[in-house]
Design a protein around this ligand. Structure first.
Ligand code: 6V0
Length: 331
């Protein structure tokens, strides 16, 4: 072609690199928040979008591509065909259906589990070495379902879990203390949702445990009512959904930080959903969140927090509830 040929004498073709290829399945509010945050932070320069709706896919892809000047000239592709996802290092699953009128949580769970049956085998076929990050809700049960369907080692199926709950928790504590969230060390473990466990015993700033200052912290007898913060964390999603219809920005950022740790093999610790049987006295084969180190091979290790008996029991109770839910799902 004339102008192109005259402008540049081409010596060789650039190589196509797959080192940081990330696929996002489901381009709703959550999927697009993940995509935007991954691109704008330069975490991946090779992003794939997958959904069922061709037009919307193309629209979202074009809209992002038009911002290339302000990014790092990423390669952005989109298709209903999973072949485009081939060779991904991380696949983020955000596809989901919402509750219908009069639909029970269990029915919703089965519908989303059926969705996993549809999605996961394609991802496994085209990216057999990828780490799969499950964001769709109920995230802990669906991570378990995805693990069963995929045939992957448990280390490569990760639920976004309480990474988001933990960030909400740290933000709220940070506000109360007027110290940045990054300097407030606090963890929410267990279920992403109603039965999550706040690890009050470990909450510290610069190694100073708040429980040493206020022995009642996180309990009902605490005159300062720190426990209200955990309640607010649990209600966060409901409160945001009531006001704007869905949550997306914080989960997008939280997923991005996990993808970053995986792609860059960082060994940084995130509260993510993993198979926790045998830890903290949990007997059931369930996925729940604990602080895990993340790297290119997925979950590398689980930090064994020194939990109080109350915290341990709360986690074990969560595990029993999860096991019951799992029993009801047809995989
Ligand atoms: P949304 O905006 O309705 O988007 C869902 C998308 O999934 C739509 O674009 C659908 O077309 C697509 N989809 C549905 N079925 C398929 C399929 N078989 N294959 C491909 N794509 C499909 O929902 P939203 O983005 O708001 O939420 C997505 C999921 O994330 C829901 O299950 C939420 O509950 C869950 N969240 C999880 C969070 C977490 O912390 N783990 C946080 C927020 C939301």
């Amino acid at each position: 072609e004339n102008v192109k040929g005259k402008l540049m004498h081409e010596i060789q073709k650039p190589i196509e690199t797959f080192d940081d290829k990330v696929t996002v399945v489901g381009i709703g509010a959550v999927g697009m928040a993940c995509a935007f945050s991954i691109l704008s932070q330069g975490i991946s320069n090779n992003l794939v979008l997958i959904d069922m709706f061709e037009n919307k896919l193309e629209g979202e892809m074009m809209d992002l591509q038009h911002g290339s000047l302000f990014l790092k000239d990423p390669k952005i592709t989109a298709s209903t065909d999973y072949a485009v996802s081939a060779g991904s290092r991380v696949c983020v699953v955000t596809a989901g259906v919402r509750q219908k009128d009069n639909e029970s949580r269990t029915d919703l769970l089965q519908r989303n589990a059926d969705l996993m049956k549809n999605i996961i085998p394609h991802l496994v076929e085209y990216s057999p070495n990828a780490v799969l990050l499950i964001v769709s809700n109920p995230c802990d049960v669906l991570s378990y379902v995805a693990w069963k369907i995929s045939g992957f080692p448990m280390t490569r199926i990760i639920g976004s879990g309480t990474n988001l709950d933990t960030s909400r928790f740290r933000y709220m504590i940070a506000n109360r203390l007027n110290i940045a969230p990054a300097s407030v060390h606090a963890w929410i473990i267990g279920e992403h949702g109603d039965t999550s466990v706040a690890v009050w015993s470990a909450l510290n700033v610069a190694g100073v445990r708040l429980r040493d200052i206020n022995p009642k912290i996180g309990t009902r007898e605490d005159p300062d009512r720190w426990e209200d913060i955990h309640k607010e964390v649990v209600l966060s999603a409901y409160n945001v959904i009531k006001k704007k219809g869905y949550t997306n920005w914080a989960i997008g950022l939280s997923v991005t930080s996990m993808v970053h740790s995986i792609l860059k093999n960082m060994n940084s610790v995130h509260a993510v959903s993993t198979l926790i049987k045998g830890l903290h006295g949990v007997k059931e084969e369930v996925y729940l969140s604990l602080p895990c180190t993340l790297g290119q091979r997925g979950v590398l290790g689980v930090i064994q927090q020194v939990l109080t008996p109350t915290e341990r029991e709360a986690l074990q109770k969560s595990a029993r509830i999860m096991a019951e839910l799992i029993k009801g799902v047809h995989i």
